[in-house]
Ligand binder design. Structure first.
Ligand code: 2RA
Length: 350
């Protein structure tokens, strides 16, 4: 029988992108596709591959007969319901942070560690955080050739990482500052937001319009944020390098969608720009946009909506041996979330 696929959180930001991905696939291996969401969204009609489907409410019976259930819901909902799906016989592929560091749950990027989908004692597979994921195709490919040793990363994260609330806030802030001539006196951007009646409470801790905010995620010990620790812990787990040296600074920028990262990566073996280019070009899910003379490089606005990881500005570090610096852009809602989750499901089905 062809497998049944369920999407839990089908009406959310990532769930909506998931359905778009399924609709654009040339073919899919699924028989039934079941859309599941909270009671608030149950009953909604959504067209998937030409068929109008009715969203059903999240309940244990919703998983009956499901082979693979993709979870695009907040951590606490996944923590509660992914085990329920697994108990009912489904493989749960979870895009939340609830299980990523559980030693009995594989953390999978199909370009890097596809075989891990089969090592799932809890019946749960985790999808990495979008910030880590945005650089994994590139790092995995380089690691295979040159042996990754150290990683120093700065992120430039889009507002949609904070969900629809983040997107709405950024647009409202941009509207509030547009044409006001602010940005050259300390505090005048915040004043313009207050004057426009925007609530002081923001998903970004500081004004995002005309600004960059060196904070993403929640507060953790010793000055680190959750996003920075995820980059460290998840990179180690996905690449299978438990003692990989990692240091990350995560920054929010006024971009709607697509996370970017400046990556400084040191390797066991010598690596040149030409060799790195060849490795990137050989990886089907990477698009190399790197022509120094012509000023070709990826930007979030230039690649948003695309499936691949875009890589550019590849340089051999001048003062560090066996080390590359490069810039990566990846759509945080596609490869960073919905697409990778869906690719895990395809890996399972094939
Ligand atoms: C963010 N990485 O960008 C988070 C979303 N999971 O806020």
């Amino acid at each position: 029988k062809t497998p049944t696929l369920a999407i839990v959180g089908a009406t959310g930001t990532v769930g909506t992108v998931m359905i778009d991905i399924i609709n654009r696939r040339e073919s899919v291996p699924w028989g039934e596709i079941r859309l599941i969401a909270s009671a608030r969204s149950a009953g909604k009609k959504i067209t998937v591959r030409g068929e109008e489907l009715t969203v059903v409410e999240l309940a244990p019976e919703a998983f009956d007969g499901v082979d693979i259930a993709l979870f695009d819901v907040p951590d606490e909902i996944s923590a509660q319901w992914a085990p329920v799906a697994a108990e009912r016989g489904a493989i749960a592929v979870d895009n939340s942070g609830a299980f990523r560091m559980d030693p009995d749950v594989p953390l999978v990027v199909p370009e890097v560690n596809p075989a891990k989908v089969h090592e799932r004692p809890k019946g749960i597979i985790a999808n990495p955080n979008c910030t880590t994921l945005s650089m994994m195709a590139a790092l995995g490919a380089l690691h295979r050739e040159f042996g990754l040793r150290e990683l120093v990363v700065s992120s430039y994260q889009a507002a949609s990482g904070a969900g629809q609330e983040g997107i709405d806030r950024l647009y409202a802030e941009i509207a509030a500052v547009a044409g006001k001539g602010v940005g050259s006196r300390a505090g005048d951007v915040a004043e313009a937001l207050a004057a426009a009646g925007l609530p002081e409470e923001t998903p970004f801790k500081a004004p995002l319009a005309l600004n960059v905010v060196p904070w993403a995620g929640s507060r953790k010990d010793d000055g680190w944020t959750s996003e920075e620790l995820k980059v460290r812990n998840e990179s180690r787990k996905i690449l299978g390098i438990p003692d990989l040296k990692v240091s990350a600074t995560c920054v929010r920028v006024p971009v709607v969608t697509t996370h970017s990262l400046a990556v400084h990566a040191a390797f066991e073996r010598e690596v040149t720009v030409e060799q790195a280019h060849r490795v990137f070009e050989a990886q089907p899910t990477i698009v190399l946009q790197d022509d120094h003379d012509k000023g070709v490089f990826p930007t979030p606005a230039g690649v948003v909506g695309g499936d691949p990881t875009y890589v550019g500005r590849v340089r051999q570090a001048l003062d560090f041996p066996n080390t590359l610096d490069f810039f990566v852009c990846g759509d945080n809602l596609r490869k960073g979330a919905a697409l990778n989750t869906y690719e895990i499901a395809e890996t399972l089905a094939n």
